[in-house]
Structure formats: structure tokens, C-alpha cells
Design a protein around this ligand. Structure first.
Ligand SMILES: Cc1ncc(COP(=O)(O)O)c(C=O)c1O
Length: 466
């Protein structure tokens, strides 16, 4: 029995057409052969996904079972992890394409292998679209992930041992900004700025004071768990005062930046790094941008051969498709809805008695302090109970959290994935009500099972794009 079957043809066709623009009528017979009805809650898959599972059913049923279960998990749960999203069918299947077969070390027009004609074309296309999207002159689309983009940026801007000023992970920064066991904390001299203990906001005057005292060579802004607007111009003014480079890591907010929903780090940052898979809704990967030719040349050298070998050309094809999607007007509407949904979810959580760090959100995420609702509630327990009920979140330390990182007093919630599914402000109230019910129920089996069923039904109304 396959968990990816569908229970009615009408459900399948109405769900697909807006996403794929495909006339499914002609394929009905094939699809029906491949997707026996199994469960009243099963969600439809796009035609290529069904073909993939049918192929794996013959070639490797063990993998088929796992992939089908994951497709079903994604379809029937609510994804509130702020760093995740659901890519379009076009992005997902571009990543599963012929481009995976090729070595293309080097850059377009300067490869170390023959046969790269179409790899040059797709990488050029991805670079051009990235530049257009972010309004800058240079783009490197080869970093395998956000952390790799940061490795190359550090190597291009710094000598080993030079000083970096950044926000530590415990306050919402990323491990690649200076955590001791990471390359950044191992090979560079890290000094930290924090958040204002009262407001939990960046305090630019204090950051400037620390910069003047410590004279870093690089200042990093851009975070993993900060829900407010970043003042890139102010950061650049601070960097200029001490002769430092400014790097903006917009991994989380890239989609909002690309659509003007969050101010751009250009022209302020010397280097901008990002992931492509969060609010930007592309395949898992990294991207580096700049406006300075000399820095851009160094960045290219530090990606390859500095820190990576052969680029993942299939992922670069997916990046090209995703950047093309992000250039469409509909992506701006999507990004605006991501923020509107985050504000609605934040307000609804507050109405249930939770405290939001900084008092709310301006972007796609929020940090929820659980203690005002229940002093004994931990992020770890909440994450576990919510997963059992079909709501996927991550525990997250709140600023000055007295609990250790594997326990925490908070949750980080984000709306990019739910917004992709088509949820709007009204549904955010419902999501907050489920979150609260499960956490107040403290893992009670009856409550959890009831919410799980409600969410399964609800998800059927908001099908995934693939
Ligand atoms: C601010 C920031 N930078 C970099 C990264 C690293 O991205 P990746 O996991 O793709 O290496 C993340 C990931 O969460 C992030 O939040």
C-alpha cells in the first residue's frame, strides 16, 4: 500500500492545475494506474513525483517506501520551521535532472572538463537572474550551502587569525559567524556584540562602541533568529569608522530582500551571502553577491578552488528556476503574505498568553517565549508534542535563556512554508489555536490524536506544489 495515493480524481485535478499549468485530463489513466486510492487523507503528487515513485517501486522499493513516506509527511503536517519551505515542482525536478551527471570544475567559459556547454548556459542564467533579483553586479551560484558561502567570504576578506565582530549563536547569530567548533571560530579571532537585554533588539550605539574598542577587520550582520529589520546603512557606517569590511548574511530574509519586503543590504555591504532554500524558496544551496569587482574575483577563487570542488550543477539548474520564479510579480505577493502571516501568527500567540521576543516581528519569523504561558514548559517538550500532533517547529533559545540549548524556553516559528501552501491570516489564528491546545495539553494522547486528525484534514485543503 502506497501512502501517496489519492482518494478522488476531482481533488487531484483541482489541486494541480493552478500550480503546474498542466492539462491533467490526458494523463488521468496513467496517473490512476500509478496511484491506487489508499487513504481519505492522502494528498496528490505532481505527475513527475508519481512517475519517480513508480520507477523506484521497480528499481528500489526500499527507497521508494522512504521517499513516499516523506512526501506524505510533508503533505499532511504543518511546517513552521522558519528556515524551510516547499519548492515548486519545477525547482524540485530540475534538481533531479541530467545536470547531476557532470563535472564542471571552474566557471562558465573556463572549465577544467569538456562537455560543459549547457552547464555554462545554466550557470550563466542563474548568475544573471541572481544579479537582477538582488540588484548587484556579481554573483557566485556555486556554494553548496549557506555555511560554504560564508567560508568563501571569510577566506576572500580575511587572513587567518584576523578579527571578526558578530552576534553569537545564543543571541540569534549563526554558527558560521564565529562558533568555536566551526571553521569561523577555529581560524579567526571572534569578538561579539549582543542584543539589548531589555528590548532584545540590536543596539547600534553599543555595536559601534564595541567596534571602536576591538577594531575588527570584518563585521557580520544578518541572523538565524532575529525578527526585526536590520539597518544595513548603520552597520556600514560603523564598519567605515573602523576600516572593516561589512558582510550581510541574508540567509533567512533573502526572499524578502529580493522582493523589497525587507531593505536591501546593497549598496551597504561589501559582500552578501545567503542560502537559497529559505524565504527565497529555491533548492538547498548557497549564493554570494557583491558589487566590487576585486572582491568578486577573490570570492570566485575562494569558492573554487579555495573551498569546494565540482559544483552541484543540478542544484544550480534548480537555482536558475527558483530565481526565475522569484523575479515574477507573484513572488512579491507571496513575500508580502509571508510577513502578513507572521504578524497574524505573532498576534494570535500573544493573545494565547505567550511572550514574543522583541514584542513581535517584521519578517517571516518570531521567537516565542513559552514561560509566561507555563513556567515549566520547555522548547524541547513543545517540539516533541507538536510533532506528534502534526506541527513541525524547532525549539530555540531566547536571549539570555536560563535553559541549555537542547532544552530551551522558546520556539522559533516561521511562515514561509505555510504561506507557500496558501494559508492566510485567518488560518494563522487556527494554527496558533492548535499550537496552544497541544502545549496546554502537555502531550496528552487524546488531545494530540484529535489535533493530528484535524490537521490532516486541514492539510488536504492546502496541497503542496509537488
Ligand atoms: C544566517 C544563516 N547563515 C548561514 C546559514 C547556513 O546555511 P546552510 O545550512 O545552508 O549551510 C544559516 C542556516 O540556517 C543561517 O541561518
Amino acid at each position: 500500500m502506497r501512502p501517496w495515493g489519492v482518494d478522488s480524481e476531482s481533488m487531484r485535478f483541482t489541486a494541480y492545475e493552478p500550480w503546474c499549468g498542466v492539462d491533467w485530463g490526458g494523463h488521468a489513466a496513467t496517473i490512476n494506474r500509478m496511484t491506487p486510492a489508499t487513504s481519505a487523507h492522502a494528498t496528490p503528487l505532481d505527475e513527475l513525483s508519481q512517475g519517480l515513485l513508480a520507477m523506484l517501486h521497480e528499481a528500489d522499493p526500499e527507497v521508494e517506501r522512504i521517499l513516499a513516506a516523506e512526501a506524505d509527511r510533508q503533505a499532511t503536517t504543518l511546517e513552521l520551521i522558519a528556515s524551510e519551505n516547499h519548492v515548486s515542482a519545477a525547482v524540485m525536478h530540475a534538481v533531479g535532472s541530467w545536470m547531476t551527471n557532470k563535472y564542471a570544475e571552474g566557471y562558465p567559459g573556463k572549465r577544467y572538463y569538456g562537455g560543459c556547454q549547457f552547464h555554462d548556459q545554466v550557470e550563466d542564467l542563474a548568475r544573471e537572474r541572481a544579479k537582477k533579483l538582488f540588484g548587484c553586479k556579481f554573483a557566485n551560484v556555486q556554494p553548496h550551502c549557506g555555511a560554504n558561502a560564508n567560508i568563501a567570504a571569510f577566506m576572500a576578506l580575511l587572513n587567518p587569525g584576523e578579527r571578526v565582530l558578530s552576534l553569537p549563536i545564543k543571541s540569534g547569530g549563526h554558527l558560521s559567524h564565529g562558533l568555536k567548533p566551526n571553521f569561523s571560530g577555529t581560524f579567526y579571532d571572534i569578538v561579539e556584540y549582543g542584543l539589548d537585554p531589555k528590548t532584545e533588539l540590536l543596539d547600534y550605539d553599543v555595536i559601534e562602541k564595541i567596534a571602536l574598542e576591538t577594531k575588527p577587520r570584518l563585521i557580520i550582520c544578518g541572523y538565524s533568529a532575529y525578527s526585526r529589520v536590520i539597518d544595513f546603512a548603520r552597520f556600514r557606517a560603523i564598519a567605515d569608522k573602523v576600516g572593516a569590511f561589512l558582510m550581510a548574511d541574508i540567509a533567512h530574509i533573502a526572499g524578502l530582500v529580493a522582493t523589497g519586503v525587507h531593505p536591501s543590504p546593497f549598496p551597504h555591504a561589501h559582500v552578501v551571502t545567503t542560502t537559497t532554500h529559505k524565504t527565497l524558496r529555491g533548492p538547498r544551496g548557497g549564493l554570494i553577491l557583491s558589487n566590487d569587482e576585486e572582491i568578486a574575483t577573490k570570492l570566485d577563487r575562494k569558492v573554487f578552488p579555495g573551498s569546494q570542488g565540482g559544483p552541484l550543477m543540478h542544484v544550480i539548474a534548480g537555482k536558475a528556476v527558483a530565481f526565475g520564479e522569484a523575479l515574477q510579480p507573484s513572488f512579491k505577493t507571496y513575500s508580502q503574505q509571508v510577513v502578513a502571516n507572521a504578524k497574524a501568527l505573532a498576534a494570535a500567540m500573544q493573545a494565547h498568553g505567550y511572550r514574543l521576543c522583541t514584542g513581535g516581528t517584521d519578517n517571516h519569523l518570531m521567537l516565542v517565549d513559552l514561560r509566561p504561558r507555563d513556567p515549566n514548559l520547555t522548547g524541547a517538550d513543545a517540539e516533541k508534542w507538536l510533532e506528534a500532533a502534526g506541527i513541525i517547529v524547532n525549539k530555540n533559545g531566547i536571549p539570555n535563556d536560563p535553559r541549555p540549548p537542547m532544552v530551551t524556553s522558546g520556539l522559533r516559528l516561521g511562515t514561509p512554508a505555510l504561506t507557500t501552501r496558501g494559508l492566510k491570516e485567518a488560518e494563522m489564528k487556527q494554527v496558533a489555536a492548535w499550537l496552544d491546545r497541544v502545549m496546554v495539553g502537555k502531550g496528552d494522547a487524546v488531545v494530540t490524536a484529535a489535533v493530528r486528525e484535524e490537521i490532516r484534514d486541514f492539510c488536504g485543503r492546502f496541497p503542496l506544489p509537488h
